[in-house]
Design a protein around this ligand. Structure first.
Ligand code: CP
Length: 337
């Protein structure tokens, strides 16, 4: 499997687009146009209204088969992809990796070929290796849409888009906003995908707030402002995204202690007071309460953390519907050529 440095891209971005520039896979937010990202948000917005009805299903993916392939643990992403597929009327298969034949040594390639033979239409993939979703997109038949549900430290594009939807629904715009991304940026695929989407959608300023040991070396090349002092970095921000301290991905001691980290980088009520009075607080989850965020902030009036989870269903419905439609267009164009 590929293993590239943080921030690197794996293939030309248009691997995920058909000849008409529509999504056929969703692997990364990198290189996508503002129009396409806005199309995802508008489509997701239209699905939010269907989620408030007593009957939440729409027949858009009736007869299609979606396979959830989660090689890494997940609560929010896996559940909301499953619900999104069901609400689009697709058949969904959750392959339980822990009890699958991968544990008998079957290769990823063989696993994919066998799932292909079951006439699947879409693989939703989470994997600990950066580049896994791109690799799978290059290995399977072109008829199968691949959706990246998080690969290593590289990308988590649907999380970024549900964050964008949450910002747009709360702030009504991207222009003029100051957004702070705080904490363990080094290990965060969410931060990378979010920075790309925020830049494309035209926010005024992106700040990254973290200790120097928890940021990638090339951080300022990404077009963000770096702050090691959280109190300075939070001044006047409109949106705060807190990141989980990813202890499982830390190969060496990057921090003195969790209590020291909380003292310097935890989002407390007092620190939140430095941001704009109507600032919103986001967190992709799972949260380490009392490590990167105080419980009273996570559950407080400015928190939109659970709204992010609800918006995840609509965004995943949008991306799945758009990718299947993009695949169909690509097949039609090929058969006519
Ligand atoms: N935000 C996110 O990816 O959460 P899960 O790991 O629970 O899917």
């Amino acid at each position: 499997m590929h293993s590239k440095p943080a921030g690197a891209s794996f293939t030309a971005p248009n691997v995920q687009l058909n000849d008409a520039g529509k999504l056929k896979h969703f692997l990364t937010t990198e290189g996508l146009s503002p129009e396409l990202l806005t199309d995802i948000l508008d489509t997701a917005d239209s699905f939010i209204s269907t989620q408030n009805r007593s009957i939440k299903t729409v027949p858009i993916l009736r007869g299609k088969t979606v396979v959830n392939l989660f090689f890494e643990n997940s609560t929010r992403t896996r559940s909301t992809f499953e619900l999104a597929a069901k609400r689009l009327s697709a058949d969904i298969l959750n392959l339980d990796i822990a009890t699958s034949s991968t544990k008998k040594g079957e290769s990823l390639q063989d696993t994919l070929w066998n799932l292909e033979a079951m006439h699947s239409d879409m693989f939703v993939v989470r994997h600990s290796d950066s580049g896994a979703a791109h690799f799978i997109a290059s290995q399977v038949t072109p008829d199968i849409a691949i959706i990246n549900a998080g690969d290593g430290r590289h990308a988590h594009p649907t999380q970024a888009m549900l964050d964008m939807l949450t910002i747009r629904r709360n702030k009504g715009r991207f222009e003029g906003l100051v957004v702070a991304i705080c904490g363990d940026v080094l290990h965060s695929r969410v931060a990378r995908s979010e920075i790309q989407a925020l830049k494309t959608l035209g926010v005024a300023e992106i700040r990254v707030i973290a200790p120097k040991t928890l940021i990638p070396k090339d951080i300022e090349d990404l077009g963000v402002r770096f702050f090691s002092n959280m109190d300075e970095g939070l001044k006047q921000v409109d949106v705060i995204t807190m990141l989980r301290l990813q202890k499982e991905r830390m190969q060496s001691a990057l921090l003195p202690s969790q209590s020291e980290y909380y003292k310097l980088y935890g989002l407390s009520q007092e620190r939140l007071g430095l941001a704009q009075p109507d600032a919103i607080v986001m967190h992709p989850g799972p949260m380490n309460r009392g490590v990167e965020i105080e419980s009273s902030v996570a559950d407080g009036a400015q928190s939109v953390i659970l709204e992010q989870v609800s918006n995840g269903i609509a965004v995943r419905m949008a991306v799945m519907a758009m990718a299947v439609s993009g695949q169909q267009e690509a097949r039609k164009a090929q058969s006519e050529s």
